[in-house]
Design a protein around this ligand. Structure first.
Ligand code: BES
Ligand code: MN
Ligand code: ZN
Length: 504
């Protein structure tokens, strides 16, 4: 799909379809009013007759509206003008795209990007529209013999904005939206891939493809033997029971100068988490192929970053491993010595993510990072606390927390901070080792973060638990592409700071 932005009048456009909003109760949006005037009240007559009420998501497709140059006009219900929420805006865009695809318009000019949403501007409206469009068009059908092909799909979409003065910002929104959407698609494709294909080695191969595709990216693969030399014995313990060996993939993006410290993103990459000897129940276990969702989001964010060509240095790490039960698998009761030298008593082999991540968090010290953010489908408790639409953010650093929450708010990729006060740390006390790998049922997401915090003393660090947000279950099962949008926004903001600092 090709996207454009423009600032023009609906009645003057010659297109296959013009998309304009209608508010509840039976009120025309500004763009719809202009079409109404041109057509001598054609639209207001339809509204009076009750053809469309304006409820959120209602669609009415009109052909040959008098005096209008475009072939079709699509009226889209947008609810009460003042009450339009961000979520509704995205839903309306998605439904519009589905309707356009169903009704044979190869191109369209959409005036919904002119709708006003409290606290948001044209930049936001265009960027969200691009992201929502690409998200709604996504399907993972490479294993379907018969693919559902749209006969005449939408190919070209133009978003209109109210004022020419905002065109430059809208162009930037388009560019950002496209990069995020392509990163999110890469994230989804990787996360949806079945675990017999998407193994730790597959993650490494995907990372190498990024190296081939982008000049500023170079990929480095650390295999299990190298990890053993590095004494990453906690990470390796998790992978021991699997026939697929662990690989840690480092995606180096160099957009900044040599003296700029890198931002490090670490993604949990459990290509399948059976629980190991502490085996998970069978129902829904297939969804544990998504336990590499953190790594997939790092992969997606690195791709978005490379497309945006941002002037910063970033290292994205995919911490690949598979957690399986086997005769040689690690077991409850084992005591592991982590790369940091700290020892861990394993009480549950299903709390494996932190055992993988802790060694990676020690490993990254060598980069003297500007900051480190890990992204992990770490705890079921996170879903209990925040549900499926909000990621959990935990960090001992106020500045980094603020930056990430800000990026979350700007991108609409929701996150909420959970506390990680020192008093939670004692829940990890072990009679035999420096710590256990589980802190019990209460505050399960927080004790997991507390565990990780013990390996992050030498830099600024934040942890995102995306167990609830990385994928959807049920009839619409599939990866969501989150939190690629949040991460990319964080990197955009960082690069803007760099640029202003460089100019000062
Ligand atoms: N990958 C899971 C967390 C998870 C569970 C994500 C369900 C999404 C949905 C993680 O490795 C895990 O199994 N965590 C355990 C920790 C427990 C044993 C302390 C959990 O949350 O039950
Ligand atoms: Mn687990
Ligand atoms: Zn897991």
């Amino acid at each position: 799909m090709e996207f454009f932005v423009k600032s023009g009048n609906p009645e003057k456009q010659r297109s296959a379809c013009i998309v304009v909003g209608v508010f509840e109760p039976r009120r025309l949006s500004h763009a719809a009013e202009l079409l109404d005037e041109t057509s001598d009240g054609y639209l207001s007559t339809l509204l009076r007759r009750g053809d469309i009420e304006g409820k959120v998501g209602q669609m009415l497709l009109l052909h040959h509206v008098p005096n209008v140059l475009s072939e079709r006009v699509l009226l889209v219900g947008c609810g009460k003008e003042r009450d339009l929420t961000e979520t509704q805006y995205k839903q309306i865009i998605a439904k519009t795209i589905a309707t356009l695809n169903d009704t044979g318009s190869l191109e369209a000019i959409c005036f919904l990007s002119e709708l006003h949403i409290k606290g948001r501007d044209s930049y936001w409206a265009v960027r969200q529209a691009v992201e929502a469009t690409q998200d709604s068009l996504y399907s993972f059908d490479q294993f379907k013999t018969n693919k559902e092909n749209t006969r005449r799909p939408l190919r070209k979409l133009t978003f209109n904005i109210p004022s020419r003065k905002e065109l430059a910002r809208a162009e930037l929104a388009l560019q950002h939206g496209l990069a995020v959407a392509s990163g999110a698609k890469a994230c989804k494709d990787l996360a949806n891939m079945p675990p017999n294909i998407c193994t730790p080695l597959y993650l490494a191969q995907q990372a190498q493809i990024l190296d081939a595709d982008f000049e500023k990216i170079s990929t480095e693969i650390i295999d299990s033997e190298q990890m053993a030399e590095l004494k990453m014995d906690s990470y390796l313990a998790v992978a021991k029971g699997s026939a697929h060996p662990a690989y840690m993939s480092l995606i180096h993006y160099k957009g900044g100068t040599n003296d700029q410290k890198p931002i490090v993103l670490v993604g949990k990459g459990l290509t399948f988490d059976s629980g190991g000897i502490s085996l998970k129940p069978g129902a829904g276990m297939d969804e544990m192929k998504y336990d590499m969702g953190g790594a997939a989001s790092v992969f997606g964010a690195m791709k978005a970053l490379a497309q945006l060509n941002l002037p910063i240095n970033v290292i994205g790490i995919l911490a690949g491993a598979e957690n399986m039960p086997a005769g040689n698998a690690y077991r409850p009761g084992d005591i592991l010595t982590t790369m940091s030298g700290q020892t861990v008593e394993v009480l549950n082999t299903d709390a494996e993510g932190r055992l993988v991540l802790c060694d990676v968090l020690t490993y990254v010290e060598r980069f003297q990072p500007e900051c480190v953010v890990d992204i992990a489908t770490l705890t079921g408790a996170c879903i209990v606390a925040l549900g499926h639409n909000i990621s959990a953010l935990m960090s001992p650093h106020k500045g980094l927390t603020h930056e990430l929450l800000n990026a979350s708010n700007q991108s609409g990729d929701k996150a909420w901070q959970l506390p990680m006060d020192d008093e939670f740390q004692k829940l990890l006390d072990s009679p035999f080792a420096d710590m256990t790998n589980v802190g019990g049922r209460p505050a399960g997401s927080i004790t997991a973060a507390c565990f990780l915090s013990r390996f992050t003393k030498n830099y600024n660090w934040a942890h995102l638990d995306v167990a609830g947000t990385a994928w959807r279950s049920g009839i619409n099962k599939g990866a969501t592409g989150r939190p690629v949008s949040l991460l990319t926004q964080f990197l955009i903001n960082r690069s803007e700071n760099e640029t202003t600092e460089a100019n000062n």
